[in-house]
Write a protein that binds this ligand. Structure first.
Ligand SMILES: *[C@@H]1O[C@H](CO)[C@@H](O)[C@H](O)[C@H]1NC(C)=O
Ligand SMILES: *[C@@H]1O[C@H](CO)[C@@H](O)[C@H](O)[C@H]1NC(C)=O
Length: 394
C-alpha cells in the first residue's frame, strides 16, 4: 500500500515534460489507466457541481456565517494550522466564539491537536463526518448569536472583554469538497512546496478539484511561502490569477514556538534545547522537508531523519527501526540523541511513541502566521474574515 502510494505520488508530482526522463517503465505503464480514472472522476465531479448549482440538491445553510478552509490537492498544505489561526483571530481580535467543524480522518490526529490547543477556551471543536448534524448539535447545546451584534471591529479589542460562549461563526475544516454546506467565505490553501503537481485530477494527478475552482474562492493562501524562492511564488500566483484575476492571494508560513517533552504536554521547552545536540527527526506528514529544515535552523550538531507517508500509523517494527537509528547515532557521536516529532505525529500515535523510552522525545509546536505581501497582511486578512459577517441570512 505504502509503495503504491509513493508510486502514484511520484507520477502526480512529475511535470508532464519530465515524465519520459524521470519515470520508470512501470510508472509510465500506469499512466493510461490513471488518466482514464482521472477523466471519470472529473465527469462525476462536474455533474455533482451542476446538481448543486441548479439547486437539484439543496445546500444546507447554518444560522451563523460559515468560513471554509479548503484545499485542491492532497498532501500537507496547512489547512489545520490555518483553521487554528482563523479561530484564534476571531476569538482574540474580534471577540467571537467560533465552532470548528472537522471530519477527523487519518486517526483523528488533527482533530485531537485542535481540541488540545483550544481546551479551556471558548473555541469549540466538533468532530464528525456529517458536518451539518455536528453543527446542529453544537448550535443547540451552546446557542448561537449574530456576530454583528457582538463583534468589535475596532483595531484594538479590550483585553478584559469577556467573549460570549454562544457560537458566532463556523469554521469548516476541509470545506472545499464539502459543497453540501453553504458558506460565506471560501479560503483555499495552496502548498508552495508542492502546488499543483502535473495539473491533473485524482488519481493521475494530485488535484481533488480542477484549478478552475479558484473561481469559487474568496482568497487563496500560499502556505510554506518562506520555503521557496520568489520565482516559484510568482509562478503559483500567476497560475491562480489566470483562473481568477482578482482573487486576493495571501502568503503564510509556520514558525516554531516551542517544544513539549512527551508525554507531558505542559512541560514546555524553548527551541534552544536541541542546540549542539544530535537529533533524529521522525515524521509522517505531508511536508517533511519543511519540518526538518526548521529543526536544522535551531543549531543542532547533527540531524538524521526518517520520513513516512502522510497519516502513516507507526507500528512496532517502525519503533524498532527508529531505535536502531538512535543506537547508531549514539555510537557515532557518543551523545544521547533526541527524537523530534511533529505535533500531528504525536497526536496520531502518542501511545506507541512511548516505546522509544528511555530516549527523549520532543514534540515541535508551530504556529501559522500571515506574511506581508503586496498589500495583503495580517490586518487585511482579518478584514476579509469580518466582511463575511455582512452576508448572513438568518
Ligand atoms: C485535502 O482535502 C482532502 C479531502 O477533501 C483531504 O483528504 C486531504 O487530507 C486534505 N489535505 C490536507 C493536507 O489536509
Ligand atoms: C508536567 O510538566 C509540568 C511543567 O514542567 C510539571 O509541573 C508537571 O509536574 C509535569 N507532570 C508530570 C506528570 O510529570
Amino acid at each position: 500500500m505504502e509503495k503504491l502510494r509513493t508510486t502514484i505520488n511520484q507520477i502526480a508530482y512529475t511535470p508532464r515534460s519530465q515524465q519520459l526522463i524521470t519515470l520508470s517503465p512501470l510508472h509510465l505503464s500506469l499512466i493510461p489507466l490513471l488518466f482514464i480514472s482521472s477523466s471519470l472522476y472529473k465527469t462525476i465531479l462536474s455533474f455533482r457541481h451542476t446538481l448543486y448549482h441548479f439547486n437539484f440538491i439543496h445546500k444546507h445553510r447554518l444560522p451563523v456565517p460559515v468560513i471554509s478552509v479548503g484545499n485542491l490537492t492532497w498532501g500537507g498544505n496547512g489547512k489545520t494550522p490555518m483553521v487554528e489561526f482563523v479561530a484564534n483571530l476571531l476569538v482574540n481580535d474580534v471577540g467571537i466564539s467560533p465552532l470548528i467543524l472537522t471530519r477527523g480522518y487519518g486517526g483523528a490526529d488533527e482533530a485531537k491537536m485542535l481540541q488540545r490547543h483550544f481546551d479551556g477556551t471558548s473555541v469549540k471543536v466538533g468532530v464528525g463526518a456529517n458536518r451539518a448534524a455536528t453543527a446542529a448539535s453544537f448550535l443547540h447545546r451552546h446557542e448561537f448569536i449574530n456576530p454583528l451584534d457582538i463583534a468589535c471591529f475596532e483595531e484594538v479589542v479590550p483585553k478584559a472583554r469577556v467573549v460570549s460562549d454562544k457560537i458566532g461563526v463556523v469554521i469548516l475544516d476541509d470545506g472545499m469538497q464539502h459543497i453540501s454546506l453553504a458558506r460565506d467565505l471560501e479560503i483555499v490553501m495552496v502548498n508552495a512546496l508542492a502546488p499543483f503537481g502535473n495539473h491533473h485530477l485524482l488519481p493521475y494527478g494530485p488535484l481533488r478539484e480542477p484549478l478552475t475552482s479558484f473561481c469559487r474562492a474568496d482568497a487563496a493562501v500560499i502556505h510554506h511561502a518562506d520555503m521557496v524562492p520568489d520565482e516559484s511564488l510568482s509562478e503559483i500566483e500567476s497560475k491562480i490569477h489566470n483562473v481568477n484575476r482578482i482573487l486576493p492571494i495571501y502568503l503564510s508560513a509556520m514558525s516554531p514556538s516551542h517544544f513539549f517533552k512527551a508525554p507531558n504536554t505542559s512541560c514546555r521547552l524553548p527551541l534552544g534545547v536541541i542546540y549542539e545536540k544530535t537529533v533524529l527527526c521522525v515524521s509522517a506528514i505531508g511536508s517533511p522537508n519543511s519540518f526538518v529544515q526548521k529543526i536544522e535552523k535551531m543549531g543542532p550538531l547533527y540531524v538524521d531523519r526518517l520520513d513516512y507517508s502522510d497519516h502513516h500509523q507507526f507500528q512496532d517494527k517502525d519503533i524498532k527501526m527508529i531505535k536502531a537509528r538512535l543506537e547508531n547515532l549514539k555510537n557515532k557521536f557518543d551523545l544521547e540523541p533526541i527524537i523530534v516529532v511533529t505535533e500531528k505525529d504525536y497526536d496520531r500515535d502518542s501511545k506507541i511513541l512511548e516505546g522509544l523510552d528511555p530516549f527523549e522525545v520532543l514534540v515541535l509546536c508551530c504556529k501559522l502566521h500571515v506574511l506581508n505581501h503586496n498589500g495583503c497582511s495580517h490586518d487585511s486578512f482579518k478584514k476579509l474574515l469580518t466582511r463575511s459577517f455582512g452576508k448572513i441570512h438568518c
